[in-house]
Ligand binder design. Structure first.
Ligand SMILES: Cc1ncc(COP(=O)(O)OP(=O)(O)O)c(N)n1
Ligand code: 3NM
Ligand code: MG
Length: 211
């Protein structure tokens, strides 16, 4: 499992990527080296969500990457994939029990080492800190600073994910501060073509081969 928890973590956004773009933009991110894909769809259309998640799972399988579902434990359990939970998205312990030992389960920790400690205790596979920069996708997310990544590295054995406003320009400082994964929405998918998404994904991924 841990070999997937290093490098680029591509997160979809239902407002940014309509149904016409979702698969080809994610395909490009995977072709560029993304190791995890999070399906983050905030709509209530259960059937479409299930269908899109199945299609994304097939793509992830093809590229040897792993799929994570945002917020929705029943869907993650149905597809036997990973799950990301925020502070108000339900119990990590229950999710771990439902999905089993091998599932990748991530937890939002904002800028709090205490939240991270609790998440690790409750069975999180990785802890996510952020937002590190101004985010187009989630402008109201609480702010964090890169020193938190250094502290998190020292305190926890699980991989550390950085999120929030990450671009090719500002990512290296997070990589250097200790982020195992860079979780990116707009800085990856806010592009006009799949070839541009693939180019960005390749450059994010190369940060984990060269530093
Ligand atoms: C990798 C990663 N980190 C943080 C989040 C944010 O989760 P949450 O606070 O539950 O907010 P929503 O994404 O549900 O709007 C995430 N999704 N992924
Ligand atoms: C979904 C999410 N969670 C965050 C947090 O800080 O917990 S920031 C964020 C948005 C990430 O999108 P972008 O890469 O476009 O900023
Ligand atoms: Mg959530």
């Amino acid at each position: 499992m841990t070999e997937h928890l290093r490098g680029l973590y591509a997160i979809t956004d239902s407002e940014l990527l309509g149904a016409d773009r979702l698969l080809s933009w994610v395909d490009a991110a995977l072709a560029g080296g993304a190791r995890l894909v999070q399906y983050r769809d905030k709509t209530a259309d259960v059937e479409r969500r299930r269908e899109e998640a199945c299609q994304l799972l097939r793509l992830c399988d093809y590229y040897g990457a792993r799929l994570i579902i945002n917020d929705d434990l029943p869907l993650a359990a149905e597809l036997n994939v990973g799950l990301h939970l925020g502070r108000d998205d339900g119990s990590l312990r229950e999710a771990r029990q439902a999905l089993g030992d091998q599932a990748i389960i991530g937890a939002t920790c904002h800028a709090s080492l205490d939240f991270a400690e609790q998440a690790v205790e409750e069975g999180a596979s990785y802890v996510a800190f952020g937002r590190f920069f101004q985010s187009v996708t989630k402008p109201g997310a609480p702010a964090a600073t890169p020193v938190l990544l250094e502290q998190g590295r020292r305190a926890f054995a699980v991989p550390i994910v950085a999120i929030g406003g990450i671009t090719l320009h500002n990512a290296p400082q997070l990589r250097i501060a200790g982020a195992d994964m860079l979780a990116v929405v707009h800085g990856l998918f806010g592009a006009n073509s799949p070839s541009e998404v693939e180019r960005r994904a390749r450059l994010f991924s190369e940060m984990y081969q060269t530093i």
